[in-house]
Design a protein around this ligand. Structure first.
Ligand code: PGA
Length: 297
């Protein structure tokens, strides 16, 4: 199984990098990566960076200048599903514009799902209320929104419609884990994300398991904890796509670092990572990727 596993490493820059820093990042990253392009290819490993939307076209240009356009992909963070009067939104169409050329879309990250940060007491399981707040029950979806499961589903559909690869994030909060609800939350978020898709469409997705309590906290899920969740996700994917083997990459996110990547990707159902903090420094991100790839060579 490990021999045929294709690895995927995504750097999620969130809102931590500026356009002028983007060029410098790729110059250093390219210098380190150039000697390892063959290793990545041999391992079938994909590398993608998700800069803030203001940095996307700068990132594209930097990749072209460094000759890495075909080696490193770009993802747009949390794009909106419609063009028009949505102040503040970045759309799928903008991200896909030839001057930008993002091929991936990061959807349903917990920082866009967490309603309690904004609305206090509303439960993530209160889909009706959340859908109401997100404006998805009306004709005009509002850009000021929470990525409810219904929104995540719509965004995923839009990504597939325009030919982008959706990277759909799921994961429980600490409160939910401690209340023994991890399996329930994963089941709920996965069924919401996958509702209405054909096996062929599901085959074009990437799923990121990101336990919220491990994001940016330095607390990584143990390989066993992560594997348990990934195995459940793999089972749900197989059920929805009526297959006996899962072909959808399931990546882990939450304080993944150069020194814990190998033990994580050694787990059967962990196919790489979605990396926040450790993707901001080119040398650290590269070390993480190479440690992940070496774990398989
Ligand atoms: P982290 O973030 O690696 O900084 O924990 C991961 C993420 O939020 O995608």
């Amino acid at each position: 199984m490990e021999g045929v596993k294709k690895l995927f490493f995504g750097g999620n820059w969130k809102a931590a990098v500026r356009p002028s820093q983007t060029t410098g990042f790729f110059a250093k990253f390219a210098a380190g990566l150039r000697g390892h392009v063959y290793d990545l290819e041999m391992a079938g490993a994909r590398v993608v960076v998700a800069p803030p939307s203001a940095c996307l076209s700068v990132a594209r240009q930097a990749l072209v200048n460094e000759g890495l356009e075909g080696v490193v992909g770009l993802a747009v963070q949390d794009p909106w599903i419609a063009e028009g009067a949505y102040t503040g939104a970045t759309t799928f169409e903008m991200a896909q514009d030839p001057l930008v050329g993002a091929q991936y879309a990061l959807i349903g990250h917990s920082e866009t799902r967490e309603p309690h940060r904004i609305y206090g007491s509303i439960s993530v399981l209160d889909e009706t209320r959340l859908t109401e707040i997100s404006g998805l029950n009306g004709k005009n979806p509002r850009p000021f929104r929470i990525a409810t499961d219904a929104v995540v589903n719509r965004m995923t559909r839009k990504a597939l419609e325009v030919g982008m690869t959706p990277i759909v994030c799921v994961g429980e909060t600490l409160e939910e884990r401690e209340a023994g609800k991890t399996r329930q939350i994963i089941q709920y978020q996965m069924s919401g994300a996958l509702a209405g898709f054909t096996p062929e469409q599901i085959g074009k997705m990437i799923i990121a398991y990101e336990p919220v309590w491990a994001i940016g906290t330095g607390k990584t899920a143990s390989p066993e904890q992560a594997q348990e969740a990934h195995e459940q996700i793999a089972r749900i994917l197989m059920e929805h796509s009526h297959t006996a083997e899962n072909v959808v990459p399931i990546i882990y996110g939450g304080s993944m670092k150069p020194d814990n990547v190998a033990e994580l990707v050694h787990q059967r159902d962990i196919h790489g990572g979605l990396i926040g903090g450790a993707s901001l420094k080119p040398e650290v991100f590269l070390e993480l990727i190479l440690n992940g790839v070496r774990a398989f060579s």
